[in-house]
Structures are given as structure tokens and as C-alpha cells.
Design a protein around this ligand. Structure first.
Ligand SMILES: Nc1nc2c(c(=O)[nH]1)N[C@@H](CN(C=O)c1ccc(C(=O)N[C@@H](CCC(=O)O)C(=O)O)cc1)CN2
Length: 288
């Protein structure tokens, strides 16, 4: 009998996360603390403009203080550093995010390093990445896309413990923190990338397969282990300009056990988790 592939509804899980966040915001506001987020965007990249607008709308809707700082594409490293210093010192701001990608004249790692680790709502600062990788006890922010994926796995009763996980992609935003989170959750994790030999055979060993490469339909049904959970982080455009993923969703049907769609899978979770992290930073802040 053919397997029925269940679709992971990222929008529905994001809605639950947002409802919980709204309650926490209300509680904090009643205590005199309004969680605040500052999003800095450099340049006019159309996709980034949409993501930043959506972050601002969501933060405002959930009752947070939200600032968007739009800067010209010609902004210098020094100008951007000065703006980050401003928000580092602003007690109304608990989370600072610099939208990626940045123009070429900006040194992205230096910008990440300039954000106060306690306000690093993206979880990209080496101090926070180090804590994640060492599974350090206590509170610290973790990159929102992989953290959102862990929330989705839990919502669908997928426990990584003892499972074989393959993460394709080794970016700071997704691949590396994803591998750390899965390792911390006791999965056996392989990180594959563009130089991995026999990539598709490696993918087929996965009980949990996370694909974050930006290569349209890199993975198809024949590369998926029957019954596997497939998480598609891709946000690609097909030949007709339609949004699609790194996984060929149609050919995965009847093979994967669970799969995230694009759109409506990982994407909505990224923003919901960002809001969740902002509230946590406000709670943990010693400068309430
Ligand atoms: N500083 C950061 N920059 C970037 C991050 C990040 O986490 N921190 N992630 C991505 C972009 N991103 C958020 O910033 C993001 C991308 C996509 C979505 C989303 O909801 N996608 C929808 C589809 C949207 C569409 O139709 O185009 C979906 O998948 O359903 C949210 C956030 C890079 N930069």
C-alpha cells in the first residue's frame, strides 16, 4: 500500500507560537516592560524588504515596540557600527537584527560581533553560537530558523533522539546551528554540502533530512529514505518565477513520512520564532 505523506503545516504551528508570544508580551507589559526589537536593513533587496515589513507588522501586532531602520545601500561599515552601538545602549530595545544579505562593503562577521550578545536576537554572535555548540546551560538566543524547525518537529512528535539526521548546507543562519540543535537533541548528525561526495546517497540515509542549499529541487523522491521527515528550508524561484523549495515536493509524495511545503513550512516559523526570542531577551535582560 502506498505511503501517505503528511504535510507539516508551518503556518498553523507559527500561529500557536504567536499566540503564546502575545500572552507573554501582555504579561511583560503589565510588569512595565514592553519587549522591543530593532531591525536594521541596508539597501533595497526586494525580498528582504518584504521579510522586514512582515517582522515589523508581526511585532506590532503582538504588542511589541518595533523599529525598522532603513539605510541606503551605500552605508559604510562605520555608519552601521554606530547605529548598532546606539541600539546596544537603548534600554527600550531588547533584540537587534541586521537583515541579511548585506552589501559587499560591509563585513558581516564584524557586524555580528558588534551586537551585544544579550540583544543578539538572531543568535549569530560567536558567544551565543559557542554556547549552542557546547550545549551550555542557561539562557541564550539561538538562530530562529533552525530553532523554529525544532519546534515544528516537536509539534509533529518527531523526536530526533537516536535518529540519523542529515543537514544539507553549512550556513551560519541555518546549517551549522541546525546540526548543533539536532546533536544536542541526541540525533546522529551528518552535515553535507557542495563538496560532499555521493550527496544524494548521504541524503537517503536520513531519518530527518534538512535541506538548506538554495538549489531548486536538489533533492527528489528517489533521494529520500521511505518514511523520513523532510524539512525544506529552500526559498527558490522556479522557471515561472513561482516560489519553490530545495526539495521536489511532488516526487516526495508517497515516500517521505512528513514534509514541509514551500511556502507555508519553515518560513512562517522563522518570524514566529524571532518574536518568541525577542520576548525571551526582554525577560532575561538585566536592563529591563
Ligand atoms: N538577519 C537575518 N537575515 C535573514 C534571515 C534571518 O533569520 N536573520 N533569514 C532569511 C530571510 N527571512 C527572515 O529574515 C525569512 C524568509 C522567509 C520567510 C517566509 O515567511 N517565507 C514564506 C514565503 C514568503 C514569500 O512568499 O516570498 C514561506 O516560506 O511561507 C520569513 C523570513 C534571510 N535573511
Amino acid at each position: 500500500m502506498a505511503r501517505v505523506t503528511k504535510i507539516i503545516d508551518g503556518k498553523a504551528v507559527a500561529k500557536q507560537v504567536n499566540e503564546a508570544t502575545a500572552k507573554q508580551v501582555a504579561e511583560l507589559v503589565a510588569q512595565g516592560v514592553q519587549p522591543g526589537i530593532a531591525v536594521i536593513i541596508v539597501g533595497e533587496d526586494p525580498a528582504s524588504q518584504i521579510y522586514v515589513r512582515n517582522k515589523n507588522r508581526k511585532a506590532t501586532k503582538l504588542g511589541m515596540h518595533s523599529i525598522v531602520r532603513q539605510l541606503p545601500a551605500t552605508t559604510t561599515q562605520e555608519e552601521l557600527l554606530a547605529i548598532i552601538a546606539e541600539y546596544n545602549a537603548d534600554d527600550q530595545i531588547h533584540g537587534i537584527l541586521v537583515q541579511s544579505p548585506l552589501p559587499k562593503q560591509i563585513n558581516e562577521p564584524l557586524i555580528t560581533m558588534a551586537i551585544d550578545p544579550q540583544k543578539d536576537v538572531d543568535g549569530f554572535h560567536p558567544a551565543n553560537v559557542g554556547k549552542l555548540v557546547t550545549n551550555f546551560p542557561g539562557h541564550y538566543p539561538v538562530a530562529n530558523t533552525p530553532r523554529g524547525i525544532m519546534t515544528m518537529l516537536k509539534a509533529y512528535d518527531v523526536n530526533p533522539a537516536g535518529k540519523t539526521a542529515v543537514v544539507i548546507g553549512r550556513s551560519t543562519i541555518v546549517g551549522k546551528p541546525m546540526a548543533a540543535l539536532l546533536t544536542n537533541a541526541n540525533a546522529t548528525v551528518t552535515v553535507a554540502h557542495s563538496r560532499t561526495r555521493h550527496l544524494k546517497a548521504v541524503a537517503k540515509t536520513a531519518d530527518i533530512l534538512v535541506v538548506a542549499t538554495g538549489i531548486t529541487h536538489l533533492i527528489s523522491g528517489e533521494d529520500i529514505k521511505p518514511g523520513a521527515t523532510v524539512i525544506d528550508v529552500g526559498m527558490d524561484r522556479d522557471e515561472n518565477g513561482k516560489l519553490t523549495g530545495d526539495v521536489d515536493f511532488d516526487s516526495a509524495q508517497g515516500i517521505a513520512g512528513l514534509i514541509t511545503p514551500v511556502p507555508g513550512g519553515v518560513g512562517p516559523m522563522t518570524i514566529a520564532t524571532l518574536m518568541q526570542t525577542t520576548v525571551e531577551l526582554a525577560k532575561w535582560s538585566d536592563r529591563k
